[in-house]
Ligand binder design. Structure first.
Ligand code: GDP
Ligand code: CA
Length: 328
């Protein structure tokens, strides 16, 4: 069984960890893992150059979460992290006080940057870094090209998405999101193949605008999802009219989409009507959205979608796969 997931950082990583736990139960291998092949196509629109190193927040969150090294409380970054380097940088009057680069995390960025500088594409570098973490999935960046999400503010100024998100907490109104570098970007090696050969494609509860939306914007990826032979199922990141964590509501508002489970589904659209999804799992508190979506032709169900721990998340993955008849 082949599963392909389009993922952002924390939401996508936590979901994938639950999916792997489910698959390890249903389709176990001899080593405590699963015989299923899971490919994760990660958003790299949040990537940036900082202090001369390449930071890939969503790839790293996936790698640390699935590899057992994540700071659980934060959901991103390394467990047992320290900040001696950034503190010392600050003593020189340098550094970005709004963006934390932990010491252990910095090692990842240094390693990545060294390999990139040696001429390796990001997909190969990611494979190399992931070989240490053994995330149990094939981890692919959406593209080898640098595509960076920027936010256009009301005065027309463009700032990097991370500056808007982390420094300004998404409180400065955004006019739109611009993917700098998009025109020259192509899907990374393996991405289109993973969509064409999947038995099921999953859109986890990641940010629909700046995580999944950015992946779909890479020329060729939206069409590959639309044309995938396998069913495509999504899980709502919006519960009861609000994102579970983060500020996805500010992103949805910027693109004119209401922050509700039903509106996010309609924003993605049904594949039968040119969209990217066949099925949509909403939280049980949004059960009243189910009849309307079902009338429109959606395969839709309501269940608890709070990823409170790994077993609860495995149950969410099971509900999602069952919705498209792919629960092993
Ligand atoms: P990021 O790149 O770190 O922002 O992570 P993602 O884009 O992968 O996921 C962010 C989204 O995950 C947010 O919009 C949250 O609403 C959603 N999310 C986080 N935790 C949960 C959860 O427990 N359940 C659901 N349904 N969504 C969640
Ligand atoms: Ca992200």
């Amino acid at each position: 069984m082949r599963v392909t997931v389009l993922s952002g950082g924390v939401g996508g990583a936590r979901f994938t960890r639950g999916l792997l736990a489910l698959l390890a139960q249903r389709l176990p291998d001899d080593a405590g893992g699963t015989t299923a092949e899971v490919t994760v196509i990660a958003n790299t629109g949040d990537d940036m150059w900082l202090h001369g190193v390449r930071v890939c927040p969503d790839l790293d969150t996936l790698m640390y979460t699935l590899g057992g090294g994540v700071h659980e409380g934060q959901g991103w970054g390394r467990r047992d992290e320290s900040s001696r380097v950034s503190t010392d940088l600050a003593a020189y009057g340098l550094g970005w006080e709004w963006f934390t680069l932990g010491d252990l995390d910095l090692a990842t960025h240094l390693a990545r940057t060294e390999l990139l500088r040696a001429g390796q594409p990001l997909s190969s570098v990611t494979e190399r870094l992931a070989s240490r973490w053994r995330p149990g999935v094939r981890l692919l960046p959406m593209s080898d090209e640098e595509v960076e999400t920027h936010v256009e503010l009301a005065d027309g100024r463009l700032i990097h998405f991370e500056e808007w998100w982390v420094r300004h907490h998404a409180t400065v109104p955004a006019r739109r999101f611009v993917q700098v570098g998009l025109a020259g970007a192509a899907p990374a090696p393996g991405v289109l193949d993973a969509l064409a050969r999947a038995d099921v494609v999953v859109l986890p509860p990641s940010n629909p605008v700046v995580s999944v939306g950015t992946i779909l914007a890479i020329p060729g990826i939206r069409d590959a999802v639309r044309d995938a032979p396998a069913p495509v199922v999504g899980i709502s990141p919006v519960i009861g009219g609000a994102p579970v964590r983060g500020m996805a509501d500010a992103c949805l508002t910027a693109i004119g989409v209401e922050t509700s489970a039903a509106a996010v589904a309609r924003h993605y659209g049904r594949r039968a009507e040119g969209g990217v999804l066949d099925a949509w799992l909403v939280d049980e508190v949004d059960a009243d959205a189910v009849p309307g979506l079902a009338d429109e032709g959606w395969a839709v169900a309501a269940a608890s979608t709070l990823m409170s721990d790994v077993p609860a998340t495995a149950a969410i993955a099971a509900r999602a796969l069952a919705l498209v008849d792919r629960l092993p």
